[in-house]
Design a protein around this ligand. Structure first.
Ligand SMILES: *[C@@H]1O[C@H](CO)[C@@H](O)[C@H](O)[C@H]1NC(C)=O
Ligand SMILES: *[C@@H]1O[C@H](CO)[C@@H](O)[C@H](O)[C@H]1NC(C)=O
Length: 822
């Protein structure tokens, strides 16, 4: 670089010389140097001594210096060498800004002589500045809906250098959406613009980061960058999208309210409100579904809102809409297929197809009583019903088609035992656990006349006093019938017992309504002692049933007969005449008075008493036998004619008596008519032996009875004796046969009544008679003796009959007046 000298006084020169750098201008006295800016301190600008045509020594002597006009001293003079040197860093941009030329005028002063020189130093630009963006980071908000072609002004960069060193171009980092368009202003400044080439999608890329580079024209070029952040603004261009198009869900019925059935989830790729989703039922959802389920608008939870019943709906299909909050809103849809699972929540039901019909008690086994069906609204095993009956009932269930059953009788019925049945029917389904139910069916059993009337007693024994008034009540029979209604309505009637020759209707009459039996007339014991008849009870059923009972009527004796004297036979009021020898000794049997009484028992027990006598010291009458004997030997002093008044009394109440008068003629020299007596005696003996034969025969028969009875009683006594020991008889039957007594025992086997009649006294009389009556069906244990004390043994009674007659030990106490039935 050489100094340029020019003699150009005007500024035009300066301009002219701008392009002629480093040229020494000789035409003007003015000296110009051209240096680049930013030279180091001490750098030589030019040899000013030489250029001023001065010697080196001279400039030092003449003190060449740079006139300073306050401000920075960019230059200095090296006096030793005469060089103009850079004193401090020169920044062209600082000095001249953006003006294209930068001249720094210097005034050099030299003394002796004082002279002034003008020196111009042109500072040339070097590319020492970078293009600079005011803001290094630039944010651009662009809606995603922006159409391609849209332009966005970018900030220009500044480069302090001038000329070719100034900003020359912009570049944009590589991207898929934007290009850079740089416009040049009239003043040459460049304006970068961002042009949208391809539409944006926020959902793909929310932010685009671009780098804008400004490059200057220096060499090497310098550049500056700015970061451009393009934020893509969302618009509601995305509909919410569900995870699944169809949700398959299963739900048990009866799930608790509030339980989440399914949570649907939709995603909206937008942001902000555009992505805020609200869930709701689809537009065509039924009211019923709204009742059952709810959708949480925020969470998408589908919850149980009401009791879900499998039986009212086994599956549901509905849609759920997800709607964002953008404007306009966008929607997505999904379907829910909800299957309800059955649980065994329904009790089986027992249905009566027909009202149970009453069943006759004689209905054959298998008679249909009712038709029943079973139902369970659950499905599968939960709905499979089995019916059964409570055990112990005479019914069975007969299954027929499809859950239908017939309730039939399983055994014969008896209305009298069970007039109605509560048939418990049990139903159970096959669920796990099974559910059960019960139903009671009332089955009435209809009566059939299958029960005959039954008498309270099969045998009625009635004791009735003889002579009691006709129409008096004999007894009341009663029968019951366990059937119902007409079948149990009983009428009574009297029927003749078999073999009865007298129509019983003449004896007794029965009230057909209440069974009271009346006598038809008064009875005479002496004519009839006993009679029997059958009473029949008959119900009104169809056919009617009947049963019989036997009534035994025993007429009880009353002392209504006066003893009758048989011997000595005498017309009433007349006197019997007897003879006896005077030689008779003590105890001579003068005569024997015999009397009979038509009554029986006590009433027929006859006693004899000497009421009056001519000489009461001579004769005595045996109280029991009626024998008249001498009390002492007849003496000569005794009157030959003796009269005795003998009173004969029975033992009845009141006592009936009669008298007989016996005249006795005591004859001297009269001997006892022995042969006559003997003959009489043998005759009598014959009679007696005949009687005895009968007696033995009878006794033999009776003994069989009595032995058995005795045996039974013995056992009984053996037991009883432990308690009181009162009934056993230790005394043997000595004196069983009193020779003075005629005892006859008859075993009457004629007809249904068996009785033993024991006759006391003379054969001809029936004075003492009693019987033991055995009913046709009775056993020995039923033997009813008329009625000695029940504890007495038959044998004892027999003996007692004989032996006790004299001492009145014989009692008929139980043969009391018994007008009522036993
Ligand atoms: C039965 O009826 C008759 C006549 O009405 C009556 O005299 C009698 O006392 C009745 N018997 C009973 C046991 O009611
Ligand atoms: C009742 O007695 C009558 C007459 O003797 C007879 O015909 C009938 O069969 C008897 N009835 C019964 C149930 O014994």
């Amino acid at each position: 670089m050489g100094p340029v000298m020019r003699k150009m006084p005007t500024k035009l020169w300066v301009l002219l010389l701008f392009h002629l750098t480093a040229l020494w201008n000789t035409t003007d006295a003015q000296i110009r140097y051209t240096i680049p800016e930013e030279l180091k301190e001490g750098s030589i600008v030019g040899n000013i001594a030489k250029d001023l045509n001065l010697e080196v020594a001279e400039i030092s002597d003449r003190r060449l210096r740079i006139a300073s006009d306050s401000g920075k001293q960019y230059f200095d003079v090296n006096l030793g060498k005469g060089d103009l040197i850079v004193n401090q860093r020169i920044d062209r941009e600082e000095l001249c800004g953006q003006s294209s030329s930068c001249l720094l005028p210097l005034e050099m002063i030299i003394e002796n002589p004082l002279n002034l020189y003008r020196v111009e130093i042109e500072i040339q630009d070097i590319n020492d500045n970078y293009p600079v963006f005011q803001t290094r980071e630039h944010i651009l908000n662009i809606a995603e809906s922006t159409v391609p072609g849209a332009r966005f002004r970018l900030e220009s960069a500044q480069d302090s250098d001038v000329g070719s060193h100034s900003l020359r171009s912009y570049t944009l980092s590589k991207n898929g959406h934007f290009i850079l368009d740089v416009k040049t202003n009239k003043d040459g400044t460049k304006l970068p613009e961002l042009v949208l080439e391809k539409s944006l999608d926020r959902e793909k890329e929310t932010v685009h980061t671009l780098l804008l580079t400004a490059i200057d024209g220096g060499s090497p070029e310098r550049s500056g960058t700015a970061e451009i952040t393009v934020r893509v603004l969302d618009i509601n261009d995305n509909a919410p999208v569900f995870d699944k198009a169809v949700y398959d869900v299963q739900l048990q019925e009866n799930t608790a309210l509030g339980v989440v059935v399914v949570t649907v989830k939709a995603v909206d790729q937008d942001e902000g409100l555009n992505a805020e989703i609200m869930y709701s039922f689809g537009p065509h959802t039924t009211e019923a579904l709204h009742e059952l389920f709810s959708v949480d608008t925020a969470t998408g939870e589908v919850k149980v809102k009401n009791q879900v019943d499998y039986e009212s709906g086994s599956s549901y299909k509905f849609d759920i809409v997800a709607r964002d909050k953008g404007v306009p809103a966008m929607e997505g849809l999904c379907s829910i297929h909800l299957d309800i699972l059955d649980i065994n929540d329904n009790v089986p039901e027992i249905i009566l197809k027909s009202l149970p019909s009453p069943v006759r008690e004689d209905a054959p086994v298998g008679t249909v009583v009712a038709l029943i069906s079973a139902k369970d609204v659950d499905t599968g095993d939960n709905g499979r019903v089995i019916l059964s009956l409570a055990p112990g009932l005479p019914f069975t269930l007969k299954p027929s088609i499809s859950n239908n059953y017939a309730l039939v009788t399983g055994a014969t019925l008896d209305r009298e035992m069970n007039p109605t049945f509560m048939v418990e029917i049990r139903a159970s389904d096959s669920g796990s656990p099974p559910l059960t139910s019960k139903k009671n069916i009332k089955v009435d059993v209809l009566d059939v006349n299958d029960n005959p009337p039954v008498f309270a007693q099969s045998l009625y024994t009635v004791y009735v006093q003889e002579n009691s008034a006709a129409g008096s009540i004999l007894c009341s029979v009663s029968a019951s019938d366990s059937d119902l209604g007409e079948n149990a309505k009983i009428t009574y009637s009297v029927i003749n017992s078999k073999g009865g020759d007298i129509p019983i209707s003449s004896y007794a009459y029965i009230n057909s309504e209440n069974g009271t039996v009346f006598s038809m007339h008064s009875f005479d014991y002496e004519k009839i002692k006993v009679f029997q008849f059958l009473v029949q009870a008959k119900d009104q059923g169809s056919p009617s049933l009947s049963s019989n009972a036997t009534v035994h009527v025993f007429i009880q004796d009353q002392n209504d007969n006066v003893p009758t004297v048989i011997y000595p036979s005498a017309v009433l009021g007349s006197v019997s005449h007897q003879r006896m020898p005077r030689s008779a000794k003590t105890g001579h049997l003068v005569t024997k008075v015999t009397a009979v009484d038509a009554d029986s028992g006590h009433n027929a027990w006859i006693s004899y008493r000497l009421a009056e006598a001519t000489d009461s010291s001579l004769f005595a009458v045996n109280l029991y036998t009626g024998e008249v004997r001498t009390k002492r030997s007849v003496s000569e002093q005794d009157d030959s004619s003796q009269r005795l008044l003998i009173e004969i009394k029975d033992n009845g109440e009141p006592v009936q008596s009669t008298t007989v008068t016996v005249d006795i003629l005591i004859e001297d020299g009269l001997h006892e008519p022995i042969s006559d007596f003997r003959q009489k005696a043998t005759e009598k003996d014959k009679k007696k032996s005949k009687i005895t034969f009968y007696l033995i025969l009878s006794l033999a028969s009776v003994s069989v009875l009595s032995l058995v009875t005795f045996f039974i009683l013995l056992i009984k006594c053996a037991r009883d004796s432990r308690d009181n020991g009162s009934c056993c008889i230790s005394r043997d039957s000595d004196g069983y046969k009193n020779p003075n007594r005629n005892l006859q025992i008859q075993l009457n086997t004629d007809g249904p009544i068996k009785y033993v009649e024991v006759l006391g006294g003379d054969m001809m009389s029936q004075s003492q008679s009693f019987g033991s009556y055995l009913s046709p069906v009775s056993e020995f244990s039923d033997l009813t003796f008329v009625k000695p004390s029940s504890t007495l043994d038959f044998k004892d009674t027999l003996r007692g009959l004989d032996a006790s007659l004299p001492d009145s030990a014989w009692t008929f106490e139980s043969q009391q007046q018994l007008n009522s039935c036993l």
